[in-house]
Design a protein around this ligand. Structure first.
Ligand code: ZN
Length: 313
């Protein structure tokens, strides 16, 4: 398809493809080359799941005192993943700057990567396109309501829960299901331990690296939006250099395994699709719920708007 061809040409421009050859969409691997040779990796990023990003207030907004350091920590974790994927033979890297305010530091980003940001009113699937081989997540946090999850939320701290076809999904699952629809395999994720458990539940066998562990028990269902934002701050973190080394090694393992396990990272959800998002109470207003359905397109479903009404208890 033309659009796919254009995208692939764009991704390849200026990149030495080396051993990997692309012929009509099929890759031919030279004898003795790494199994992931010539493959492309999409990397979705977020800030709250990065090692030593210690809280939201001081680290995650543009006016917070350690924001620049948080951006550096995230970008260097992304670079570590790129290094690991490259060791496994990948040659193309597209990094999506997924944190709300943006957090990737372009000056520090590995020169092999391209950077995507600003998706407008229909953001899904955040520049992920058909024809890419693998999708990975760096700095990801767990979904809202997760126990022992550092800075858990789904989109915002005001979301109580988002479900797709009745199953709770977080930010990871929402994009992983888009990836599945596009034929892109979800092979790697790093973030807090609770996120890695969430990822493995949706994508059995996914390679993950936990760089910190939240220590607040309980789901926080009693919290309104403001209380939930202040709730899950306690965690035990890897030192950033150690986290990066582990991410690099995990990324290399992921791409090596993907070459030998054809089913690894294939994510599917049965049609039709139903999305239900419930919001926490805010400023004394009751909880609200919004619903939408789509017969066969999870990306269109995620981009559609929800009209909310008070939740009937
Ligand atoms: Zn997030």
């Amino acid at each position: 398809m033309k659009a796919d061809r254009n995208r692939r040409d764009f991704l390849r421009t200026g990149i030495a493809t080396g051993i990997g050859l692309a012929t009509g969409g099929a890759r031919v691997r030279a004898a003795g080359s790494p199994r992931g040779a010539g493959s492309s990796v999409y990397i979705m990023t977020d800030l709250e799941g990065v090692a030593c990003v210690l809280d939201f207030e001081n680290w995650c907004t543009p006016d917070s005192r350690y924001h620049e350091m948080a951006r550096e920590f995230l970008t260097l974790e992304v670079n570590a993943a790129i290094e690991g994927f490259a060791q496994g033979g990948a040659t193309e890297f597209l990094v999506a700057d997924g944190h709300g305010h943006g957090a990737i530091h372009p000056k520090l980003l590995d020169p092999r990567a391209r950077l995507a940001r600003n998706w407008g009113s229909r953001p899904y699937p955040f520049s992920l396109e058909k024809g890419m081989d693998y999708a990975a997540w760096i700095g990801q946090h767990a979904m809202a309501r997760t126990e022992c999850a550092h800075l858990a939320h789904t989109g915002s701290f005001g979301v109580f829960e988002c479900t797709l076809n009745g199953a709770p999904v977080g930010e990871f699952g929402q994009v992983a299901l888009c990836a599945g629809q596009l034929g892109v395999r979800t092979i790697f994720g790093s973030g807090d331990l609770a996120f890695t458990i969430e990822a493995a539940a949706l994508v059995p066998g996914i390679e993950t690296v936990a760089v910190k562990r939240g220590t607040i028990a309980g789901r926080g269902d009693e919290c309104d939006a403001d209380a939930y934002a202040r709730r899950n701050l306690a965690a035990i973190h890897d030192q950033p250099v150690r986290a990066r080394n582990r991410i690099r090694d995990g990324a290399r393992r992921a791409i090596e395994r993907a070459g030998t396990e054809p089913g690894l990272g294939v994510v599917r959800l049965a049609r039709p699709f139903e999305r239900v998002t419930t919001l926490r109470s805010r400023a004394g207003q009751p909880r609200r719920v919004g619903r939408a359905t789509h017969p066969d397109d999870v990306i269109a479903l995620m981009n559609g708007s929800l009209s909310y009404e008070p939740l009937k208890q």
